[in-house]
Every structure is written in structure tokens, then in C-alpha cells.
Design a binder for this molecule. Structure first.
Ligand SMILES: [Zn+2]
Length: 285
């Protein structure tokens, strides 16, 4: 099976060498991220669930080309093209370390992804969703503060909605990168227990040396955020966890294709505001 992806430079990389169509078809958990390393920061739940299993497989999709990445230290003088190559290599290393079914590098520019009039990123995602038929899809959440992340969350929602209802994933999760989701009311949080394989989690983020070399310790910060969530979580179900990450359940946007993403996120923000105002009102005397 050949995937029809819009850019000739797009690539399906399969760490264990299985044919690309078969590699994608075994997917149960699919994550769609804007950048190289976002998968490992936001979708560790899917990676860990599939690790060392043959009945459960994780596939990652990275939509942008990485050419505009910040660069410091060893990478300071790299051209955009050299950064693009470095980041592709790093993403493939992570796919090996995490035993992914496949990683799909779509190679779009950030501006192409942010352009709502450009159909190609959504077309590519529809093609991948049809080939992979995942049960669970992870992407960015609608309250992220990175423009490219929010654009991709919207493209992912659009792509899922292009599928017939019986071919859509059962769950769509909007995950944390550039903004935590601890502000979501507890009953609305999707909680991923990431207590297992802590050193593997660290290694997965750690292979992205080009992003860490400038002093941005995403490896330490990502693991620390998981630890902080575990300690500060309220739910009794998480008492024994040493690492948690949160997601926003975007599944209602899959089930009801007429629900607007703005209305959906406004509902979550309104409930947060009501929770904070209610507590202040109660105790101000
Ligand atoms: Zn990103």
C-alpha cells in the first residue's frame, strides 16, 4: 500500500523495517504533533502503552519540517536545511528508542500548517487516519499557547471529521506541551499515569539534543511536570502515581461534527472561571 502524501519529501519511517502500509495498519494509538519532540512530550501515554507489546502499536505523525527551529551551541551555525535534517534524524532515533510502529514526517512548513486555506495538511492526516484506523488519537489541546500547536489541533479535528462516523477514532485527546492542563476541573481531566519506565521517558525526550543543547532542558522539565502533576493531583485514584500527564477530552468534537471548537473551549474556560469565582465568593465573607 502506498500512502498518497502531498509533499514528495514526506517520509514514513518504520523502525523494525515492516512495509509501510502494514506498519501503519497495526496502529492502535496515533499521535499527531506539530514538531519533532512534541510526540514524546505529549503522547507518552500511547508510547508506553505500546512498548514491548505486539497487540498494541504507537504511530507518530510530525506535521512540520523543523527547519525554523531555534539553534544554539553545537548547532548555532546550522542552516535551516541542516536543522531540518538533524530534527528528522532525532525523530527517527526516538522512534527506535520507543519501538514505534512508524513515524510519519509530513514536512510541511509551519506557515502552511497555520494557513486555514491550505487543504494539504488535512488531506495528509485523512490519508494516515484511513491507513492506521487508530482507536485513540492524541494531538495538541485547544488552550495551548503555541500558534502552530493550536492550528494543528484544529486540522486534526477537521481530518477526523472527514471520516465516516464508524471509521473515526473512539477517543481524541488534546495534550499538554506549551501550557499545562492542571486548570481543567478535575472531573474533566483525562489523566495518564506515567509512573512506569521513567528512564525510558527521559531517554525519549533526551534524544532531541538539538533542542536541549541551547539550555532548554525539555528532558528535565517534561519529567518534572509529570512528577509535579502526580504530587498536586487531587484525585484519590492517583495517590500512588509518580508521574502524570493531563489531556483535554476532545472526543465530543468527533461525535458532534457541528460543535464549534471555539464553543467547546469556551465551555471549559467558563467552568474553570465558575470554579474559581465560586470558591472566592464562598470564603470572602
Ligand atoms: Zn511543538
Amino acid at each position: 500500500m502506498t500512502l498518497r502524501l502531498s509533499l514528495p519529501t514526506a517520509e514514513v519511517y518504520v523502525p523494525d523495517g515492516v512495509e509501510a502500509g502494514a506498519a501503519l495498519a497495526r496502529t492502535t494509538h496515533l499521535a499527531v504533533s506539530a514538531h519533532q519532540d512534541d510526540l514524546e512530550i505529549m503522547a507518552a501515554d500511547g508510547i508506553l502503552r505500546a512498548f514491548q507489546r505486539d497487540d498494541c502499536w504507537f504511530t507518530g505523525v510530525v506535521v512540520t519540517d523543523g527547519s525554523g527551529s531555534p539553534r544554539e551551541g553545537l548547532y548555532k551555525d546550522y542552516t535551516d536545511e541542516q536543522m531540518r535534517q538533524v530534527r528528522r534524524r532525532e525523530q527517527k532515533k526516538a522512534a527506535h528508542v520507543g519501538e514505534y510502529a512508524a513515524v510519519v514526517l509530513l514536512d510541511h512548513s509551519s506557515s502552511a500548517l497555520k494557513d486555514a486555506g491550505n487543504p494539504r495538511p488535512v488531506d495528509d492526516l485523512v490519508e494516515i487516519l484511513r491507513a492506521a484506523r487508530p482507536e485513540v488519537v492524541y494531538t495538541h489541546n485547544l488552550a495551548d499557547k503555541h500558534d502552530t500547536h493550536v492550528a494543528l489541533a484544529l486540522r486534526t479535528i477537521a481530518a477526523v471529521r472527514r471520516l465516516p462516523p464508524d471509521e473515526r477514532p473512539a477517543r481524541l485527546y488534546g495534550c499538554e506541551v506549551w501550557r499545562d492542563l492542571d486548570w481543567l476541573p478535575d472531573e474533566e481531566k483525562v489523566v495518564f499515569d506515567l509512573s512506569a519506565h521513567e528512564s525510558l521517558q527521559s531517554a525519549l525526550v533526551g534524544v532531541f539534543d538539538s533542542q536541549i543543547a541551547g539550555g532548554k532542558r525539555y528532558d528535565l522539565a517534561t519529567l518534572a511536570r509529570r512528577r509535579a502533576h502526580a504530587t498536586y493531583a487531587a484525585s484519590h485514584a492517583t495517590d500512588n502515581a509518580t508521574g502524570l500527564s493531563y489531556a483535554m477530552d476532545l472526543t465530543p468534537l468527533v461525535i458532534d461534527a457541528s460543535l464549534s471548537p471555539v464553543e467547546f473551549i469556551r465551555g471549559a474556560l467558563d467552568r474553570f472561571r465558575a470554579d474559581v469565582e465560586g470558591r472566592v465568593n464562598t470564603f470572602q465573607g
